[in-house]
Design a protein around this ligand. Structure first.
Ligand code: SF4
Length: 288
């Protein structure tokens, strides 16, 4: 099917199930927190610890909250060598936040089941990067794990907490590799939401000079998801290239039946108004 036809079909699926509603998220009330400072043992090809630098250290939350109206947290951190995000070391801090009534979205990575059980009562949702291509795991994360390890971790998380799969489109040097396989697999798992993000070629990483995936290829994956999962929220998350790329991508994502765009471009807002969407604005992470 030609992409334009697929987009028309996908938009119709969305409108049949969600009408004209669309959410634009501006997560000003979600504070992104790192539990490992700037440290990450993996130094992945697409990140190299770069994004930890923009997060608040878990030990400095109180200070940060004096200046921001926060009602929720994204708790993350660098990975250990086995792909686990060791936020369990801060279980008491997380319990504290939960007991004070904050909403918590956590990156747990490939956490083992005992630790997942310990933490699951204190988080609202786990965001999980679902990676089902062995070559990508090797090229990007450089760890001795296979797609079965990701499947196992996803299913452990699902057993104990709400989990929203994140699919990074073009994660392996901008190429489309395991994205469709991930959708096939998720079809067997009935997720209540899927978040897409898109590789950003980031300065200081192995991928700084590569091109992000073609916008048409990203849209094809989003349309596929929309058609395969007619009743669940499909989000376009915060990590995606900026500038012209974002303007074009956001516009096309709206015309492909996306439910939620984080930090939409002005063009996205105009397009949503043009097709008479009912726009709602949220101030948290797109999975909360
Ligand atoms: S993609 Fe959504 S859930 Fe993940 S960090 Fe961004 S806003 Fe939060």
């Amino acid at each position: 099917m030609k992409l334009e036809d697929k987009m028309v079909k996908a938009l119709k699926v969305k409108e049949n199930n969600f009408g004209k509603n669309i959410i634009f998220s501006y997560p000003n009330k979600t504070l992104a927190v790192t539990t490992t400072g700037n440290e990450c043992s993996l130094k992945c090809a697409h990140c190299n610890g770069h994004y930890l630098k923009n997060m608040t250290d878990i030990n400095e939350i109180d200070e940060k909250m004096k200046h921001r109206n926060v009602d929720s947290f994204l708790i993350s951190g660098g990975c250990s060598f086995d792909g686990n995000v060791p936020i369990i070391n801060h279980l008491e801090d997380i319990k504290n936040l939960k007991n004070k009534g904050y909403k918590i979205n956590a990156h747990l990575g490939l956490m083992d089941e005992d630790d997942v059980k310990k933490i699951s009562d204190y988080i609202d949702v786990a965001s999980f990067d679902i990676l089902l291509n062995n070559e990508t795991i090797k090229n990007v994360y450089k760890i001795d794990k296979k797609k079965e390890d990701y499947i196992k971790s996803y299913e452990i998380l699902k057993k104990h907490t709400r989990v929203v799969p994140h699919i990074c489109i073009g994660m392996d040097s901008g190429q489309i590799k395991g994205e469709y396989d991930a959708l096939e697999y998720l079809k067997t798992q009935n997720p209540d939401c899927i978040t897409f993000i898109v590789l950003i070629p980031t300065k200081g990483t192995e991928f700084e000079k590569i091109q992000p995936p073609k916008i048409e290829d990203v849209i094809d994956v989003i349309c596929e998801a929309r058609i395969k999962f007619p009743n669940i929220h499909i989000n376009l998350g915060c990590m995606r290239p900026r500038g012209q790329y974002r303007k074009q991508l956001d516009k096309m994502a709206i015309l492909s039946g996306i439910n939620n765009i984080v930090m939409p471009s002005k063009e996205a807002i105009k397009e949503a108004m043009k097709i008479k969407c009912n726009i709602q604005e949220f101030e948290r992470c797109c999975v909360l």
